[in-house]
Design a protein around this ligand. Sequence first.
Ligand code: PMP
Length: 353
Amino acid sequence: MSKFWSPVVSTLKPYVAGEQPKIGNLVKLNTNENPYGPSPKALAAIAAEAGDRLRLYPDPASTKLRTAIARRHGVGIEEVFVGNGSDEVLAHAFQALLKHDKPLLYPDITYSFYPVYSLLYGIEAVGVPLDENFRVRLADYDRPCSAIILPNPNAPTGIGLPLADIEALVATHPDQVVVIDEAYVDFGGETAIPLVKSYPNLLVIHTLSKSRSLAGLRVGFAIGQRPLIEALERVKDSFNSYPLDRLAEAGATAAIEDGEWFERTRRQVIASRDRITGGLRQRGFDVLPSQANFVFARHPDRDGAGLAQALRERSILVRHFAKPRISDFLRISIGTEAECDRLIEAIDEIVRA
Ligand code: PMP
């Protein structure tokens, strides 16, 4: 606290990002990064852009990148908005589209940035409880609200809803904006982007941090009909005209265009996820069925914090949330095959001890 702060600052509850420690030989499975690295074509495009042109401001509209995204997803370029990570796109969506006279709804267990943005922008939000199996129950969203935001697959559970359910949700809330945050959709979910042409109230948000392995470049995007995108543009141009620098636009464009690398690496992640799910279940863990690049798992006889600590002592970082209902769970990102093996070995050691 300081007398220099604007009053709102002391009321904020900032998001706490997963640790990025500098420990050697670390197995880092705590922030859902992709172990396989970006497309070599993206790296080459970034290197090619790193020259004298950095004197000049980037294209404020990121036209090349939006064109590549529009082409890949079969939408118009005017229906694509890009930002500095999907976190920034989400922040603009909260401010531009989710603040009205009735509450915003999202699951009680979900991406922990949503309550942070709600507080920042003064949005009344209600956490709708997941059911006893940690699933979203659509009927629970039939209540007075101004907007809904859901990750699909949800985080940190990894559980996805089928496209038909998303369509039902969007169709039964024609007067509310429904934002579907598809950060993890490429690891086994079904994207709602094809629904955008039929539903003016649907906004779908993606990131290049996970399936394109570019968390360090900070690029995310939204797809929706023109009025929703225009709202995001108005907020963006009242905040920062150049959210994507030249390197980010060049690298992201090449990454979107490299379908082959994308397919290969996401399949590897999915295969490792299925293997680790099996390995953990064999060792008595309860593992939620994940469609993401992480698993959410608990052991019936171990507390989550203790397990996370024991893994940390073996240089393996996983994410633990000290929150009601999920404090016994660990969220474990899918690493390389060798990293997954090290995790399983460490768990055997801990359980034996
Ligand atoms: N949405 C969800 C559900 C996430 O888990 C994350 C990653 N923390 C993000 C959005 C943000 O990702 P980024 O800002 O790296 O695009």
